[in-house]
Design a protein around this ligand. Structure first.
Ligand code: G16
Ligand code: MG
Length: 209
């Protein structure tokens, strides 16, 4: 059975993708090109520096390392402005209830996110206390689909990854969970999350009726 549950943040617990999009779009605007929601799909689950690389590729913009650092920093400041307004009403349907259900069953819970803002987001949502461990972009260096984040999360729970279930909305995240050796519940479309063991529309589907 499942001894540990490891949750991705953006797209699983909260829809922060829309705020990432607004901040990336204003950077693209300043650089003089359009960055669409379809382009934004490519940034889901991807680290900040890799997101910037993709965005500059979309716009055909060349930038020095120094310019890139400045762009990523400006984007992050705008993103933080948005997420400073987050409140518990933005937790995705069923997410908090499902975490509480797992806790009541003695399942250990970790966060496994690429975001460097994860701790801040959890605190804005008032759900920090529901996690036994938080592994995020400040603690790992290899981006999904590398399994590092999920291996570190199961280690932090003192569990074998084979006894953990990963909950992920991004293709690279599903691949990372499988590479760690865990079972993976995909959240989203079965057409995109082909490698997941099962795919659901949201955590609300896992609540007892
Ligand atoms: C999230 C988002 C990505 C974002 C990444 C890094 O990942 O899905 O779009 O680029 O975090 O975020 P930050 O700029 O806050 O460090 P996840 O792993 O929670 O889905
Ligand atoms: Mg995600």
């Amino acid at each position: 059975g499942m001894k540990g549950a490891i949750f991705d943040l953006d797209g699983v617990i909260v829809d922060t993708a829309k705020y990432h999009y607004l901040a990336w779009r204003s950077l693209a605007e300043r650089l003089g090109f359009e960055f669409t929601e379809a382009h934004n799909e490519r940034l889901k689950g991807v680290s900040r520096v890799e997101s910037l690389r993709i965005l500059l590729e979309v716009g055909g913009v060349e930038a020095t390392e120094e310019e890139r650092l400045e762009m990523a920093d400006t984007k992050n400041k705008e993103y933080i402005n948005y997420i400073s307004q987050l409140d518990p009403s933005e937790i995705l349907p069923g997410a908090k209830e499902y975490l509480e259900l797992l806790r009541s069953q003695g399942v250990k819970i970790a966060l496994g996110s690429a975001s460097k803002n994860a701790e801040f987001i959890l605190s804005r949502l008032s759900i920090t206390d529901l996690f036994d461990a938080v592994i995020d972009g400040t603690k790992v260096s290899k981006a999904k689909p590398d399994p590092e984040v999920f291996l570190a999360a199961s280690a932090a729970l003192q569990l074998n990854p084979l006894d953990c279930v990963v909950f992920e909305d991004a293709e690279a995240g599903v691949q990372a969970g499988k590479a760690a050796g865990s079972k993976v519940v995909g959240i989203g479309s079965p057409d995109i999350l082909k490698e997941a063991d099962i795919v659901i529309a949201g955590l609300y589907e896992l609540l007892a009726q």
